[in-house]
Ligand binder design. Structure first.
Ligand SMILES: *Cc1c(COP(=O)(O)O)cnc(C)c1O
Length: 475
């Protein structure tokens, strides 16, 4: 399996060569040269596998250059009982009204990013060891991504993490989760400023090519194709578990729909790759919060990203994104993998701030299976309350966006699954608003809040950051 760029400017490359970068040198995104596909019998033969075994099978269709035994060892380490103590790694839980939750937040940071990041941590260490390279991850976080990356890369050889966060703007829980780590290769830096200042510092240093090369700087952001690939696994898993109870002769025609709380379009894109792989997925329903640029796009065909200043701070903060970095991979498929046409659309986007595919909008659902909807703060509160009243289950605000939109897209005879993207204990405020009391903290989380914290406070100053990294980068 080779990988190419959506904009046509990348020599076909192997999986291990593209793992360190999601962005191609021509500014496009890396995609498989051909999306892998398996037949129904192969899919059926995966039914008896445990999660790590299934991950090995699915990821091996993309990572064809990694020997199978090595890939299996990585998947076993990533999806171990230590990282994912819940039986089966990804539990399915039935709610009321024909909706089933897919539990993706059983990992070390209690959010779905762990599902992909744990695999990425293993595979990065493997590739770096084989190529004799090192990687210094420089990132900015306002919450979940930074901690998932740190928990996946802590203690790994040839890797260091420099994670910027805005001083005084993280929740007590987020601070404790990141700053309580004691690994030598994890560096938390609290910048005097807001998230955008952190991100600008990252851009400035990453744009300094000499510095970037000298210190082998890189990222593990949501366009990383290793993450997209690893996320494909739980869509296969979800279909297998949902169809376990179906009579064997009816399984091949058994379809499910999946609703995905979305921000950067990474998670749901993985779902579409799973559909192409051959998983009987009927609808992929995109759930947005008030930052509903993608819902607008899927309903109208006009893509009009908003600026950071026009992005609302909501109670499902991990979806507060108005420029979905992975959308380019979907548009690439929509234009029939025509890199010229894709480049034309992106030129239009940079010149006019939008592009218009309204004449093709009907294909989004008919050909690709996408649907979409929006949920608001009031919807989240009402949904958390209604689900709790009906079932006793507490869901987090992102998952609540999913459940709200899922209910609008249910079809008779088609099970609707909703991806649970975080644990409710991480978002006490809205849970209190909905239920009058916070979700109980698991014991180890309560203990974590008490641990000493390790963080370097720094002015919003690129020179200071350069010096800090130069002194501590791994080589
Ligand atoms: C990252 C995240 C999302 C959005 O996922 P995308 O892949 O960016 O669409 C949704 N919910 C939670 C809790 C997240 O951390």
């Amino acid at each position: 399996m080779q990988f190419i760029s959506t904009r046509g400017g990348l020599e076909p490359s192997e999986f291990s060569a593209i793992l360190l970068e999601g962005l191609a040198p021509d500014g496009g995104l890396v995609v498989p040269a051909e999306l892998p596909r398996v037949d129904a019998a192969t899919l059926e033969s995966w039914r008896s596998l445990d999660y790590a075994g299934l991950a090995t099978e699915v990821i091996s269709r993309f990572a064809t250059d990694i020997p199978r035994a090595d890939l299996e060892a990585m998947c076993r380490a990533a999806y171990s009982a230590e990282n994912f103590p819940t039986e089966g790694v990804v539990p399915l839980t039935e709610l009321d009204g024909g909706i089933t939750l897919v539990g993706l937040s059983e990992g070390p940071t209690f959010a779905f990013k762990d599902m992909a990041m744990q695999f990425l941590g293993q595979s990065l260490e493997y590739v770096l060891a084989r190529t004799g390279r090192a990687l210094n991850v420089l990132g900015a976080t306002s919450g979940d991504t930074g901690s998932a990356a740190e928990y996946a890369l802590r203690g790994k050889d040839r890797v260091a993490v420099f994670m910027l966060s805005p001083q005084g703007r993280m929740s007590a829980f987020q601070r404790a989760q990141m700053y309580s780590l004691t690994d030598d290769n994890i560096h938390n830096i609290a910048v005097e400023g807001v998230f955008d200042d952190c991100q600008n510092l990252v851009k400035e240093l990453s744009g300094d090519l000499a510095f970037k090369q000298q210190h082998q700087l890189g990222t593990v952001n949501s366009i990383n194709l290793g993450r997209i690939t690893a996320q494909t696994v739980y869509y296969v898993w979800s279909w297998l578990r949902a169809s376990d109870a179906v009579a064997p002769e009816q399984r091949a025609g058994f379809e499910i729909s999946v609703t995905v709380p979305s921000g950067n379009f990474g998670n749901i894109l993985s779902g579409w790759y799973a559909k192409q792989l051959g998983v009987p997925l009927r609808r992929l329903v995109l759930a947005a919060n008030e930052n509903n640029v993608l819902d607008d796009f899927f309903r109208t065909g006009v893509y009009r990203p908003r600026s950071a200043a026009n992005t609302h701070a909501t109670s499902s903060p991990s979806m507060d994104i108005s420029k979905a970095s992975n959308l380019e991979r979907f548009i690439f498929e929509l234009v029939g993998r025509d890199a010229d046409r894709l480049r034309g659309l992106w030129t239009e986007l940079s010149e006019r701030g939008e592009f218009d595919l309204s004449h093709e909008q009907a294909r989004f659902a008919d050909e690709f299976g996408f649907a979409s909807g929006t949920s608001t703060h009031a919807d989240r509160v009402a949904t958390i309350r209604a689900v709790h009243e009906a079932t006793g289950v507490t869901i987090d605000p992102h998952t609540a966006d999913g459940v709200k939109v899922a209910r609008e897209h249910q079809e008779a005879g088609v099970p609707m699954l909703v991806l649970e993207t975080a644990q409710p204990a991480k978002f006490p405020e809205i849970v209190v608003e909905a239920l009058g009391a916070a979700a109980p903290l698991p014991d180890d989380l309560a203990a974590m809040l008490e641990l000493p914290q390790h963080v370097t406070e720094m002015a919003d100053d690129a020179e200071a950051l350069r010096a800090f990294i130069a002194e501590r980068a791994t080589a």
